[in-house]
Design a protein around this ligand. Structure first.
Ligand code: CDP
Ligand code: MG
Length: 140
């Protein structure tokens, strides 16, 4: 049994439609605890830094301006195999390919505006959590 933490972001398309509560219910029903959470609006500079790993991709500029287009909710989820489990709850990147019942299948609008972000591995989870939260903001 491995208790992990992962970074989750509720993206601007979802905050715009007031889906924060419904998305959070998915995490909690699956046994993932929301141990830190805040709502904020990214600057373009912050979005570019967060997604720096995608800097060479064709969608990078669009993605970064989309991520600044409205409020986001950043959160730390904690639970057994939280990283992989959250990826499962989220569904595939493109909502059109996401399994029925996943957050992206139910709420995603497009491959870009796909409602949620989740860390993809333990090293990126550590990095991404530290991008948004200090230790004293994470309360298990
Ligand atoms: O978010 P996920 O890890 O599933 O996918 P990613 O490949 O790491 O891409 C990061 C984000 O870029 C996605 O969640 C989409 O919002 C966006 N994206 C896009 O706009 N167009 C693509 N063809 C692929 C990803
Ligand atoms: Mg990713």
């Amino acid at each position: 049994m491995t208790i992990e933490r992962t970074l989750s972001i509720i993206k601007p398309d979802a905050t715009r439609r007031d889906l924060t509560g419904r998305i959070n219910a998915r995490f909690e029903e699956a046994g993932l605890k929301i141990v830190a959470q805040k709502r904020l609006r990214l600057t373009l500079e912050q979005a570019k830094a967060f997604y720096a790993v995608h800097a060479e991709r064709a969608f990078y500029e669009d993605l970064c301006s989309y991520m600044c287009s409205g409020p986001i909710v950043v959160q730390v989820l904690e639970g057994e195999n939280a990283i992989a489990q959250n990826r499962e709850i989220m569904g595939a990147t493109n909502p059109a390919n996401a399994d029925a019942g996943t957050i992206r299948a139910e709420f995603g609008e497009s491959v870009e505006a796909n409602s949620v972000h989740g860390s993809d591995a333990s090293d990126t989870a550590v990095q991404e959590i530290a991008f948004f939260f200090s230790q004293i903001e994470i309360i298990p």
